[in-house]
Design a protein around this ligand. Structure first.
Ligand SMILES: [Zn+2]
Length: 350
């Protein structure tokens, strides 16, 4: 018996050595400052592709099929943006670099092709969008609107065969989708002329269909071109005892160069949900990651269930405006929201 155990452990050691041999290693982290930016050079033993995720004051860079070198060196310079830099093994095959930040930033991540190196460029956050959203919200919450007519989403009947094949993993969950703007409030306008209110409604309707097909009960705070008052929206959400609340907008700012995906939450109880949603959008849309932020927006502040406000792309940016106007991109947004919701409830089941 003992012999067998020894043999098994010998084989196991051999296997684990073999399986590690094909992983790249992170060997060195060099932080420097240059021309108004912070840079982190991440040196790896071979070709590996880092992926970033900005969640409030932490920027995570994950490297799949990578482990930390035993003699990993970290060089960190004093900086007004970077508090500290750590590296951990996230799981057996994924290494993670964590940059803790002192202030709001924007970042770019470049995996330098053909070299074992990834470069993270960190600058101050170029903003304007958050202030714009704030101004709209406070004006809207005061403004009168005709009474809210929330609609329970019921899809067109599908053939029985299709119904049977759908896995109903969201059975028993209630979701509220709040398409931003409507009626005499068009929201931002896209370069191609479509107002934000149309794009948010189209996105919410497609998302509703996906969620509904997976068994969720879905309410839309509006299902037509009408204005809704934010305090009515919040009151309805709280009365409905929904499990989650999602407000859908498209972003806009004065600087047309700014682009990317942003998400917002406010209450601590929403944080886990917001993280899942932001990650799903960033991964699913593959736009610039402009981070998950904690901001006291009206809906995410006053709703009593986990709530998030999503801004998948910028209508003020030419490229992203064209994307948002395409049904294909909006389908990606809907699919990413669906994925985030599933991940959230998946991680929540006891
Ligand atoms: Zn908006």
């Amino acid at each position: 018996m003992r012999k067998y155990l020894l043999l098994i452990s010998a084989v196991y050691c051999l296997l684990s050595t073999v399986s590690y041999a094909d992983l790249a290693t992170i060997d060195r982290l060099d932080h420097m400052r240059d021309r108004g930016y912070d840079y982190l050079d991440i040196y790896t033993s071979g070709w590996t592709t880092g992926r970033g995720l900005l969640l409030e004051n932490k920027l995570y860079i994950d490297f799949p099929e990578t482990r930390l070198a035993k003699n990993l060196t970290v060089k960190h310079k004093p900086s007004k943006r970077v508090l500290n830099i750590q590296a951990t093994q996230k799981n057996a095959r994924t290494a993670r670099v964590i940059i803790t930040l002192k202030r709001e930033i924007d970042y770019d991540l470049v995996n330098v092709f053909g070299r074992g190196k990834a470069v993270v460029e960190i600058g101050d956050r170029a903003d304007g969008a958050t202030a714009k959203q704030f101004a709209w919200e406070s004006a809207n919450a005061r403004k009168r609107a005709s009474p809210l007519k929330p609609r329970k989403f019921t899809p067109a009947p599908s053939p029985p065969a299709e119904k049977v094949s759908q896995p109903r993993s969201l059975q028993g969950r209630t979701v509220i989708l709040d398409p931003g703007h409507g009626g005499d409030d068009p929201g931002a306008s896209s370069c191609d002329g479509q107002p934000e209110k149309k794009l948010t409604l189209a996105t919410a309707q497609e998302t509703a269909e996906l969620l509904r097909a997976a068994g969720a009960t879905v309410y839309l705070t509006r299902d037509e071109d009408r204005r809704s008052n934010l305090s009515d929206v919040v009151e309805f959400a709280n009365r409905s005892r929904a499990d989650i609340f999602l407000s859908i907008h498209y972003n806009s700012t004065y600087n047309r160069g700014i682009a990317g995906t942003e998400s917002y939450y406010y209450n601590p109880g929403s944080r886990q949900f917001a993280e899942k949603m932001h990650e799903a959008l960033v991964r699913g849309l593959d736009r610039k990651d402009r981070g998950l932020h904690r901001v006291k927006f009206y809906t995410v502040n006053h709703t009593r269930m986990p709530a998030v406000l999503l801004e998948p792309a910028y209508l003020s940016n030419g490229d992203e405006s064209s994307l948002a106007n395409s049904a294909a991109f909006r389908s990606k947004v809907a699919a990413s929201i669906m994925k985030g919701v599933k991940n959230y409830f998946g991680s929540n089941t006891d």
